[in-house]
Write a protein of this length. Structure first.
Length: 185
């Protein structure tokens, strides 16, 4: 039996954080996605154990402010791309307003730390979301292109092929074939 699941990274991450912080009886306040204020001093050993336990879930504690801001940029991009009711504004405007910094500063910082551009990261996230939407088999490529603010299906297809090496249609055929094989077992 196969289960197809849909999950929200933000909700999962928040739940794990709450569970782990509560486990150690820490007083805290979640300020925004990716930002938690601990309202008391933490014993070094507890901090070490908390860090280890969060790492098991792929959650890293970031201590450098620039790295933290880059993570906020990534989180904002993921939120912008994957949100059901994604904002229909330019990504540069969205990021600048959400993070209270000029887009130029955010762009330079992001490139310096990640060795790639914000634009490239957005494309990669859009393609990841496209793959999920294709796999869920609920939207046509035209609907996906519209949902992700592409000017056309051709534009989406070009970026998809540049990132994955195959066209969205080929990806659809692979998914369909895998399902057929799985259903025969």
């Amino acid at each position: 039996m196969k289960l197809y699941v849909k999950f929200d990274f933000n909700i999962i991450c928040k739940k794990v954080l709450e569970d782990k912080l509560t486990k150690y009886n820490l007083k805290y306040r979640i300020l925004s996605f990716g930002e938690v204020e601990i309202l008391e001093n933490i014993d070094k050993e507890i901090f070490k154990q908390l860090t280890k336990e969060l790492n098991e879930y792929g959650i890293d504690i970031i201590e450098n402010q620039k790295t933290a801001l880059v993570q906020k940029i990534k989180d904002a991009i993921v939120e912008m791309v994957f949100k059901e009711d994604a904002p229909n504004v330019k990504s540069s405007v969205y990021l600048a307003e959400k993070l209270n910094h000029s887009y130029g500063y955010l762009s330079n910082l992001f490139s310096d730390v990640t060795y790639t551009s914000i634009e490239n990261y957005i494309i990669i996230q859009k393609i990841e979301y496209t793959k999920q939407l294709i796999a869920n088999n609920k939207l046509s490529l035209t609907e996906i292109a519209f949902k992700l603010n592409y000017s056309s299906v051709a534009h989406l297809s070009t970026q998809f092929k540049n990132v994955t090496g195959i066209t969205p249609s080929a990806f659809q055929r692979i998914i369909t074939k895998r399902r057929e094989i799985a259903n025969k077992k």
